[in-house]
Design a protein around this ligand. Sequence first.
Ligand SMILES: Nc1ncnc2c1ncn2[C@@H]1O[C@H](COP(=O)(O)OP(=O)(O)OP(=O)(O)O)[C@@H](O)[C@H]1O
Ligand SMILES: [Mg+2]
Length: 268
Amino acid sequence: MKIIEVNHLSYKYNETDVAINDVSFSIEAGKYVAIIGHNGSGKSTFAKLLMGLLEPNENSIKEFGIDLNRKTIHELRNRMGIVFQNPDNQFVGATVRDDLAFGLENRCVKREKMDEIINEYAKKVNMVEFLDKEPENLSGGQKQRVAIAGVLSMNPEIVIFDEATAMLDPKGKKEIRETILKMKKENPGMTILSITHDIEEAYQADEVIAFNDGKVVFQGKPTEVLKDQKKLQEIGLDIPFVVLLKNKLEAKGVKIEGSSLEEVVKNL
Ligand SMILES: Nc1ncnc2c1ncn2[C@@H]1O[C@H](COP(=O)(O)OP(=O)(O)OP(=O)(O)O)[C@@H](O)[C@H]1O
Ligand SMILES: [Mg+2]
């Protein structure tokens, strides 16, 4: 089932800057999709259009088979969640627990059910012992884990990460990558869109969509786009060293198995 259908979507912030330029494609339910592309290529604009934070042109976005418009926006937004780049801007509560409770209150979850849900989701992201801590005293990776728990506790069918790991150190990035994989395993029906400059993350996705100057220039398996050095350079992205090595060795007739970066490293 197509969970997101984009049909001739365009968006301009003003008369001169076309941020999204006549884009059409679809995403199947249950996929983990990495969205890549250079700075200013339109990725965040696309995410905001999907969330209804910016208004798309008429009949250009369908989610869950429903046209996104002013009438349907609340219903659709309730079925989706987004985690942004800067972990500091997404907390409202004095403690992690309050913060998670606030989101649930907004969804009219009953008090007696709330504690149970908060504990369940804090556990999923390994943050139970931080529930009574102040969010500002957490590390970047911990903050993003809380933000993810907050979004997940709403039971969204589509989750969008807009560079959720960009401000984290390598350890924090890895933590979030693993959290995403774990949540995908536990909720196979959930569709994940992750906007990322982290090629290792793109490697673990089911599918990669590449934006370039407001257009989608590629949609396919990560191994296909990430082995195409020319294409990556064209869209302004760096090819990971391990992939470079794999390509060079393969050009010399040495075959290296593996579809994920980890497998490739293991088989080198
Ligand atoms: N609020 C805004 N007002 C005017 N122009 C904007 C605004 N936000 C983004 N743009 C422009 O729209 C284009 C797409 O920006 P967008 O933020 O979607 O890119 P991006 O792919 O998310 O980039 P990055 O990787 O840097 O986050 C850029 O040319 C940008 O300058
Ligand atoms: Mg962006």
